[in-house]
Structure formats: structure tokens, C-alpha cells
Design a protein around this ligand. Structure first.
Ligand code: FAD
Ligand code: NAD
Length: 476
């Protein structure tokens, strides 16, 4: 036995993090900053889904489409031809470091932290077993184990899968040959972004099959409506109210046919499943911690797992907000609270609690038009019992928007708590609105009173004059 009581063949660290996505990496950074030692376990690529198969490559594929749309909205400018797909794919490859994680591993090791390649599995309280290329290694944590294993695509139970070899976000974001005919199943952010990106790069016959009656059900309805109109105008066939009943690819290299419950079918070269995510918890030994082995890991506001005080869960795996920036925020809370508890310091400071997720996380959908929102939608605010007032404004009527583009089409909405005269939520839909979001996030998170907000004067002639118009619409 070592002085700390560990078996000699165990490696002992203050903290063990399982999963080196953006969230796990950030936990490691915070605990090292606080003076603790940490091991980070990763079975695939350090940097996670976000860096190689999600946020980063999808945005690299979308940006040329956005620029082309901007050019088309400006008289006097003209594109010389279609978007050069091979050039865009080559730049995408650069943005994902050609799927090589050496840079990320060095970042972790320079913290300094110990990087362990392999699949991590809980083996009882404070213990993690790693099945790696060189066999199994046992790790023991003195203070905490953090699960940051992210999420996997949710594959619906449809006859014909998996013989039809559908794409998920992985194949879509790492595409080498853009299919001419594409079917996208789903109407969430992945479906909308990838349909638009791939359509702009050569998937001329793109069909979206959406189960419900609108896109992007978590944001204000007008945003999904504007996006659907834009997708249709660009030539994407968006079909609402269609459930997929069967997917068949009779010949391995032949086309795939997707059948829907209205009796119709669509033939395509590839089919992309964008039907949501499930937390990556299977086979990670949650049962050895006395926790349910399926579904998101339930945590308190300090990210501590309910029922296992030594275990924490951050990022997609806890199901709070499936967004990189929110997972990294949780990572900062989690890392700092572990440090505070390890040193016996007070652990109830305001910065040691997640108070952002349940108010409505900020999010940008990088389509054209861009959709961004923070806080509650009007219907969520009403359901939560606030005295709600909502105001909307046509963004095309703002002088800065008119100067930015011919026929600028967009809309904005503010949701207010009339009792306290503060903002509960803000939504913008329109070209290039992403950078308006942080102002809204400050106003919502900071609960800036409307009568103060009135003195935050937007510069002329920027699109941010939308703020002034919304406040005037409210009556200020
Ligand atoms: C197509 C797409 C586009 C997206 N775009 C955006 C965007 O623009 N902005 C945004 O904020 N969010 C976006 N998201 C969401 C974002 O990707 C996730 O919220 C984010 O990746 C979550 O980070 P994470 O660290 O929790 O998980 P992940 O990034 O999934 O990382 C988890 C890591 O854990 C590893 N792992 C899993 N199990 C084990 C194990 N047992 N042992 C060892 N390692 C393990 C995995 O290999 C992985 O590297 C997008 C998602 C998709 C699918
Ligand atoms: N820019 C961004 O911030 C960004 C981009 C992409 C993804 N993300 C995040 O990643 C997460 C996953 O996104 P997503 O779009 O995959 O999931 P989602 O849960 O947002 O949307 C899933 C869609 O699939 C549909 N669906 C589910 N099961 C189906 C079935 N059996 N048949 C047909 N349709 C079905 C749903 O109705 C919904 O339209 C989200 O939380 C999202 O916020 C963020």
C-alpha cells in the first residue's frame, strides 16, 4: 500500500475526468488552476465531437453559403460561379486538424495534466478503469471523478436500418464527396444546418422530412417559419408532418429509398439522420456508483450527481443544454467547486452554481437566416407563471439592416416580465444576427431594468438599432 492507502498498481490523482471533449478539457483546466492533479481519459479524439464532427466542421461548411447569400443580397456584386466544394472541404479539413488530436493532447499535457488514451469505466467509488491500447489501467481519484462523455446520435427504430447505412452528423460533417440527392430526417439545428450546408455544396436535390409542423421547436415559432421559407426558396424540399416508416438500400452501392407515412417515397444517394442525441452513458459503469445506467446523469447546480457525492457530470451527458459553451460553463462551475471542496473552502459562492441553464441558454443556429435566442420563449414564460408581455419588430425596417442588404428579411422579439420590467427572453432571426446575441444575453442574465436598458444607446446605422425599435414598440 502507498501512504495514501492506494494499491501500488493504481495511479492516483486528485481528480479523474472521463471524456476529453471541450467540456472535459475545461474541467481539467480549472482543477489544475486550482492546484489539484488530474488525469483525463479519452477513447477517441481529444477535443471531442465538437472539434471534429459537430460545431467546428459544420460552421466551416456553412460560412461559404452565408457569404454567397450575402453577395446575392448586394446589388453590384456577383458570384462568378457556384461554390467550389472541394476548396470548402479542404478548408473544413484544416479546421478539424485533419482529424489529428496531437494539438489537443499537448494542450492537456501542458496544463499540466496526465492524458490517458482508452475507454474509461467507473469501477466503484472514486475508481476508473481504462481499457487502452496497452491493456487495462486503474486510476483512483482522491476527491472526484467527472463524467464528460458527451452524447451519441439517437438512431430511431425504423425498418431497413442499419442496412441502409444512414449518415449521422459524423459522416455529414466529414463528407468527402457531396451526394447530389440527399434526404435529411429531422427538423432541429443539425438537420437545418447540414441540409443548407450540403445543398449549397452540391446536394441539389435535398429533401427534409420533418415529423412535426415546424422547424426548430425550441425557439419562437416565427424563427422556424422564416428559416423554412428561406430553405424552400433556395430549392430545398421541406416536407412537414411526415414520419419515416421504412428506409431501404437494396444494393450496397445503390440508391436509398425513404418511405413516409403518407404513402410517398423519396430516392436519394444518402440519408442523414438528424433525429437528436442520447447521453453517452452506456457501459460506463454507472451501476457501480449506484446510479441508473441509462438516460442523462442527474446533477445538482454544482454538477454533483444525485446519489454519488464523489461523482460529477458535465456537458451533453447531463442533458441540461446540449451546447458547447454551456457545457464549458458547467465545466468551470464543476472544476472550481471540486477545488473548493478539496481544500475545505466554502462551496456556496455564486460562481459555484449553474444558474444559467434553466433560464434558457443562448444559442445561435448558423443557417441563413441566422437564428439566435436566449432566455425563455413567450410560451415558456407564460407556462412559468410570469406576467408576460411580448413585442416584435420587423428587422428589415431597421436602417442598419437596410444598408447591410437589399430586401433584408428578419424579425426580432422581446419577452418581458411586466412585474419587474426586465427581459425574460430575446430572439433574432435574420442575416448576420449572431453577434446581436451577447447583448441580449447580458440583458437577460443581468436582469437589466428596462429603464436602464433605454440608456444603452445602439450606434447608428447598425442592425443593433433593433434594440431601440423594440423598446419604442414596448412604449419607452
Ligand atoms: C452537427 C452538430 C453541430 C453542432 N454545432 C454546435 C454549435 O455550433 N455550437 C454549440 O454550442 N454546440 C453545437 N453542437 C453541440 C456540441 O457539439 C455539444 O454540445 C458538445 O460537443 C458537448 O461537449 P461534451 O464535451 O459534453 O461532449 P463531446 O464533444 O461529445 O465529447 C465527449 C468526449 O468523451 C469521449 N468519451 C465518451 N465516452 C468515453 C469513455 N467511456 N471513455 C473515454 N472517453 C469517452 C468521446 O470520445 C468524446 O471525445 C453541435 C452538435 C452537432 C451534432
Ligand atoms: N448551432 C448550434 O448551436 C447547434 C447546431 C447543431 C446541433 N446543436 C445541438 O445539438 C443537439 C442535437 O441537435 P439535433 O438537431 O440532432 O436534435 P434535436 O433534438 O434538436 O432535433 C431532433 C429532430 O429530429 C426529429 N425527430 C426525432 N425523432 C424522429 C424520428 N423518429 N423520425 C423523424 N424525426 C424525428 C425531432 O422532431 C426534431 O425535429 C441539440 O440540442 C442542438 O441544440 C446545436
Amino acid at each position: 500500500m502507498t501512504p495514501g492507502g492506494a494499491m501500488a498498481d493504481e495511479d492516483v490523482f486528485d481528480v479523474v475526468v472521463v471524456g476529453a471533449g471541450p467540456v472535459g478539457e475545461n474541467v481539467a483546466g480549472r482543477v489544475v488552476r486550482g492546484g489539484l492533479t488530474v488525469a483525463v481519459v479519452e477513447e477517441r479524439l481529444a477535443g471531442g465531437e465538437c472539434a471534429y464532427y459537430a460545431c467546428v466542421p459544420s460552421k466551416a461548411l456553412l460560412r461559404p453559403m452565408e457569404l454567397a447569400a450575402e453577395v446575392n443580397r448586394m446589388p453590384g456584386l456577383e458570384l462568378r460561379g457556384p461554390i467550389d466544394a472541394p476548396a470548402v472541404l479542404a478548408r473544413r479539413d484544416q479546421t478539424v486538424s485533419h482529424l489529428d488530436d496531437r494539438g489537443q493532447v499537448s494542450w492537456i499535457e501542458d496544463l499540466p495534466a496526465t492524458f490517458v488514451r482508452g475507454r474509461g469505466r467507473l469501477a466503484g467509488p472514486l475508481r476508473v478503469e481504462v481499457a487502452g491500447p496497452d491493456g487495462t489501467r486503474s486510476l483512483r481519484a482522491r476527491h472526484a471523478v467527472v463524467i464528460a462523455t458527451g452524447s451519441d446520435p439517437l438512431i430511431p427504430d425504423v425498418p431497413g436500418l442499419p442496412e441502409a447505412r444512414p449518415w449521422t452528423n459524423r459522416e455529414a460533417t466529414s463528407v468527402q464527396q457531396v451526394p447530389k440527392r440527399l434526404v435529411v430526417i429531422g427538423g432541429g439545428p443539425v438537420a437545418c444546418e447540414m441540409a443548407q450546408a450540403l445543398h449549397s455544396l452540391g446536394a441539389h436535390e435535398t429533401t427534409m422530412l420533418v415529423r412535426g409542423d415546424r422547424l426548430l421547436t425550441r425557439v419562437e415559432p416565427f424563427a422556424g417559419e422564416l428559416l423554412a421559407a428561406s430553405l424552400r426558396e433556395s430549392g430545398i424540399d421541406v416536407r412537414f408532418g411526415r414520419s419515416v416508416t421504412e428506409i431501404r438500400r437494396p444494393a450496397p452501392d445503390g440508391p436509398v429509398t425513404v418511405h413516409t407515412d403518407d404513402g410517398a417515397s423519396v430516392e436519394a444517394d444518402e440519408v442523414l439522420l438528424a433525429t437528436g442525441r442520447r447521453p453517452a452513458v452506456r457501459g460506463i459503469g454507472l451501476d457501480t456508483a449506484g446510479l441508473a445506467a441509462d438516460g442523462p446523469i442527474e446533477v445538482d447546480a454544482s454538477m454533483r450527481a444525485t446519489g454519488a457525492p464523489w461523482l460529477y457530470a458535465v456537458g451533453d451527458v447531463n442533458g441540461r443544454s446540449l451546447l458547447t459553451h454551456m457545457g464549458k460553463y458547467q465545466a468551470r462551475v464543476c472544476g472550481d467547486v471540486i477545488v473548493a471542496r478539496a481544500f475545505g473552502a466554502p462551496d456556496d459562492r455564486p460562481d459555484l452554481r449553474d444558474t444559467a441553464d434553466d433560464r434558457g441558454a443562448p444559442q445561435v443556429i448558423f443557417t441563413d437566416p441566422q437564428i439566435c435566442a436566449v432566455g425563455r420563449t413567450e410560451s415558456q414564460a407564460r407556462a412559468d407563471g410570469f406576467t408576460v408581455r411580448a413585442v416584435e419588430y420587423d428587422m428589415g425596417a431597421v436602417e442598419g439592416a437596410y444598408l447591410r442588404a437589399e430586401n433584408y428579411t428578419g424579425r426580432a422579439k422581446m419577452v418581458l416580465d411586466e412585474d419587474r420590467r426586465v427581459l425574460l427572453g430575446v430572439t433574432f432571426a435574420g442575416p448576420g444576427v449572431a453577434d446581436l446575441l451577447h447583448g441580449a444575453t447580458i440583458a437577460v442574465a443581468g436582469e437589466v431594468p428596462l429603464d436602464r436598458l433605454w440608456h444603452a444607446v445602439p450606434a447608428f446605422p447598425t442592425v443593433s438599432e433593433i434594440w431601440l425599435r423594440l423598446l419604442e414598440e414596448y412604449g419607452l
